[in-house]
Ligand binder design. Structure first.
Ligand SMILES: C[S@@+](CC[C@H](N)C(=O)[O-])C[C@H]1O[C@@H](n2cnc3c(N)ncnc32)[C@H](O)[C@@H]1O
Ligand SMILES: [Zn+2]
Length: 135
């Protein structure tokens, strides 16, 4: 099981496991790609799960495989990263939203739909909402 590469590290955070910077990232740097099986919206609705990344109305990436290290990135309401799709809307890349220093937890905004269904009902544990270590 590959849990780390040179740039990032999986560690315990206040929302289960999280992904942390192992190096400095400058604003706009590519941090990591969110990878997995591309499945239809219908299949995504059947499978469910915490690791679905919706590409558009038709397609979703199921990033549940452990080789997808980006699956450990937690949500934050004040994130230091952001996801961006390629032009064909087939791949997801996570970029640094600002300068990130080694040891910081990497976070992005999961978006309204995911937040409402999967985070809000249990309480958001990001730093903005709880004062915890997630930024
Ligand atoms: C893609 S996973 C992130 C990695 C996860 N923490 C783990 O241990 O595998 C998404 C899940 O992590 C948890 N999570 C992520 N961000 C959170 C947050 N800000 N507050 C509470 N739970 C969060 C929720 O259970 C969510 O469904
Ligand atoms: Zn929050």
């Amino acid at each position: 099981m590959k849990k780390t590469n040179d740039a990032v590290k999986v560690k315990r955070s206040s929302a289960g496991l999280g992904l942390f910077a192992n190096q400095e990232f400058k604003k706009g740097d590519l941090v990591i790609e969110y990878t997995g099986e591309t499945i239809t919206e219908e299949e995504a609705n059947i499978r469910g799960g915490r690791y679905l990344f919706e590409l558009n109305n038709d397609w979703t990436i199921d990033g549940k495989g452990r080789e997808n290290v980006a699956r450990y990135i937690n949500h934050s309401c004040r994130p230091n990263c952001y996801p961006e799709l390629n032009e064909k809307e087939t791949r997801v890349f996570i970029y640094a939203k600002r300068k990130i220093t080694p040891g910081e937890e990497l976070t992005y905004d999961y978006g309204k739909a995911y937040f409402k269904e999967m985070i809000e009902p249990f309480g958001c544990r990001c730093q903005k909402c709880s004062g915890s270590s997630i930024r």
